[in-house]
Design a protein around this ligand. Structure first.
Ligand code: GDP
Ligand code: MG
Length: 294
């Protein structure tokens, strides 16, 4: 068998399960998961190593009609990436009718020549009959080489999807060394884990108003201890109050949950310090967005 390698973009409207799928394929969490849409902000790269292949996946931020500057930048980046890859996985979920978001993406997909697989996710949620109208609709739109139903959450059919995707990759050398699973620096993973814990515990506009900046990341190898200082930026004083919580309760909970996950990820003791700061309108500030890597 010749060695294969290539790039695969996972796209779909927010909340359809892209990050869940990538984490499942890799057997490791590199992308945050949340039931609140649009929480993946950067393009996340994940490398799947197989005996005779290397598959490089991109978990894109949800593609959607964007109004804010932050969202427009994310959508542009996601769309541009589709031309550069060997395969696109378009994720949808069982609805009775195609949503506005799916149509928006399908329209763009029609314009690119990259091979595409239509992936129906969350099949654990509904009976087969419910999926048929939607699959039918997108199938008629055409352009898909394959169609496959999966459950990213339960891993159903995911191996088959990986096998299927592999057949679209060209012969070639590996792009990454064997021990590389993501291109995201540990600093970024740490910031994302903290952000995930915050998102899980906040509601309404707050999850979208949070940016996490790692100010210090110091590793003491002798003691197997890492010290992490992170600043949580919010847009308004009222949001600051929510993040801190009554008597600092919320911040403490977030810190504990994030520390535990970071300790597992890094295999080290973690000393984690969190600060909350208000930065008015950060999500509209180009310079700040660039500084944060968005
Ligand atoms: P993304 O915005 O496309 O990256 O979506 P996420 O991966 O963050 O998932 C959004 C939500 O859908 C989370 O609550 C996931 O647990 C849930 N989810 C993802 N895949 C499945 C699935 O196969 N079945 C079910 N029932 N839920 C899923
Ligand atoms: Mg995501």
């Amino acid at each position: 068998m010749p060695y294969r390698s290539g790039f695969i973009s996972i796209i779909g409207r927010p909340n359809v399960g892209k990050s869940t799928l990538l984490n499942h394929i890799l057997g490791q969490k590199i992308s945050i998961i949340s039931d609140k849409p649009q929480t993946t902000r950067n393009r996340i790269l994940g490398v799947k190593h197989l005996p005779n292949a290397q598959m490089v996946f991109f978990d894109t931020p949800g593609i959607h009609k964007a109004r804010t500057k932050l969202n427009q930048r994310m959508v542009q980046a996601a769309l541009a990436s589709l031309e550069e890859v060997d395969l696109v996985l378009f994720l949808i979920e069982p609805d009775l009718e195609p949503g506005e978001g799916d149509l928006f993406i399908a329209e763009h997909l029609g314009k690119i020549r990259t091979p595409k697989i239509l992936v129906m996710n969350k099949i654990d949620l509904v009976k087969k009959e419910r999926m048929i109208p939607l699959l039918d609709f997108f199938n008629k739109k055409g352009g898909f080489s394959e169609i496959i139903p999966i459950s990213a959450l339960h891993g159903e059919n995911v191996d088959r999807l990986v096998e299927m995707a592999l057949s679209f990759l060209p012969e070639g050398e590996p792009y990454f060394p064997e021990d590389v699973v993501t291109d995201q620096p540990v600093r970024f993973l740490a910031a994302e884990i903290i952000r995930e814990k915050l998102i899980e515990r906040t509601r309404d506009e707050v999850p979208y108003a949070i940016a996490v900046q790692i100010e210090e990341f110091k590793e003491d190898e002798a003691k197997n201890l890492s010290t992490i200082r992170a600043v949580l930026f919010v847009e308004r004083e009222s949001q600051k109050g929510i993040l801190i919580g009554q008597g600092g309760k919320m911040l403490k909970e977030v810190g504990t949950a994030a520390r535990q996950e970071l300790e597992t990820l890094l295999g080290a003791k973690i000393f984690l310090q969190l600060w909350v700061k208000t930065k008015k309108g950060w999500s509209k500030d180009d310079a700040f967005l660039s500084e944060m890597g968005y």
